[in-house]
Design a protein around this ligand. Structure first.
Ligand SMILES: [Zn+2]
Length: 351
């Protein structure tokens, strides 16, 4: 009954907004507080295919963004805008790179400059300090920095936070940031989890240190997205094709909260998740979730005060170290999709 009343109020509010829109100025649409963050690694045809895309494929992604009214903004500007509750241009995107590979400097940077797109590079400082083959040098990173590229933190030695104690993780993050600051001056506090892996303790640590945390599971970002588990779409390997990139760069953020479990770290082969999907420009009946491509069972709770909470369940199957449940729903009135994923990490499995 309570939910029905709330729905009634929302309907009256929308109707009022409609007439206000017809008479004066249109109210803000949900898509104005939405962004998509992509993550790339190598832009090269001669590096490991699973983390690479060719220069031609990368150019195709950038051309798509340029030709379809996307606005590519610095990551920090997107986070600040969303946190302030302000609007972003429709189809806002941020481009990021992890690890600090040489092809970012030699191949991706000239292309991004040609298109005038800002970007962020998350570096692991150890390989750069050792001048390890295949990585950028500090001089190259300094050139990027002078071109307004933000250099974020990806740990010193790319160790998963699931394998470090709280104090080890804290020391590692601060040591990497100190090296970045020594070489380039102060940078915004942005941390990309190595391998995209995190748990509840990692999120609390980043919040305590004042960092935004970036994962590698798919999904769009909105004002209610957890700041220490921001999803990014990986667009390499199998996902480097233009069709997939087009779909993902166009996605919208569900206003969603995973109620259970709190941590994505698990050794279960079929963990269930309890997720609250707030109302949006989509039909609850069209929310669909997938476990590695297989449709999942979605049980919506019948208690009217919680009728937007769903339990997602699946069947046990062979799991690697990382996998995701993906939920989508078509946006009412456009070909775009709301997109959310729940990542899972089993640290007992090999990297
Ligand atoms: Zn990495």
């Amino acid at each position: 009954m309570r939910a029905a009343t709330l729905h009634g109020q929302t309907a009256r509010h929308l109707s009022f907004a409609f007439w206000l829109c017809a008479l004066f100025v249109c109210p803000v649409a949900l898509a104005d507080q939405n962004a998509v963050i992509s993550v790339y690694h190598h832009v090269s045809a001669s590096t490991p295919p699973s983390t690479s895309l060719s220069p031609e494929a990368f150019r195709a992604h950038l051309s798509f963004l340029a030709e379809n009214n996307f606005t590519v903004l610095p990551l920090t500007q997107i986070l600040t805008t969303l946190n302030d509750g302000d609007d972003l241009p429709d189809r806002t995107v941020a481009i990021t790179f992890d690890d600090g590979y040489e092809s970012i400097y030699s191949t991706a940077f000239p292309l991004l400059r040609e298109f005038g797109f800002p970007f962020t590079v998350f570096v692991s400082t150890g390989p750069i300090d050792r001048q390890q083959t295949g990585y950028m040098t500090w001089e190259q990173l300094s050139t990027l920095h002078r071109a307004a590229v933000v250099i974020g933190n990806h740990g010193t030695e790319h160790r998963s936070l699931l394998e470090l104690s709280d104090s080890e993780a804290r020391v590692d993050i601060l040591a990497a940031q100190a090296r970045i600051t020594e070489e380039l001056g102060p940078q915004p506090r942005l941390f990309a989890y190595p391998y995209g892996e995190f748990n509840d303790a990692s999120k609390r640590l980043l919040a305590d240190l004042g960092y935004a945390g970036f994962a590698q599971n798919s999904g769009a970002v909105g004002p209610t997205t957890e700041q220490t588990a921001l999803p990014r779409f990986p667009l390499a390997g199998l996902y480097s094709g233009l069709e997939g990139a087009t779909l993902k760069y166009s996605t919208l953020a569900f206003d969603v909260q995973t109620l259970e479990p709190l941590s994505p770290q698990t050794q279960l082969t079929a963990p269930s998740a309890r997720v609250r999907f707030e109302e949006g420009d989509y039909s609850q009946a069209r929310v669909a979730c997938f476990d590695d491509g297989d449709p999942m069972a979605i049980a919506w709770e019948v208690d009217l005060s919680e009728d937007n909470v769903a339990t997602l369940s699946t069947n046990a199957k062979q799991r690697g170290r990382r996998w995701n449940y993906v939920c989508t729903a078509p946006h009412t009135g456009s070909g775009r999709y709301f997109w959310f994923s729940q990542p899972w990490f089993d640290e007992s499995k090999p990297q």
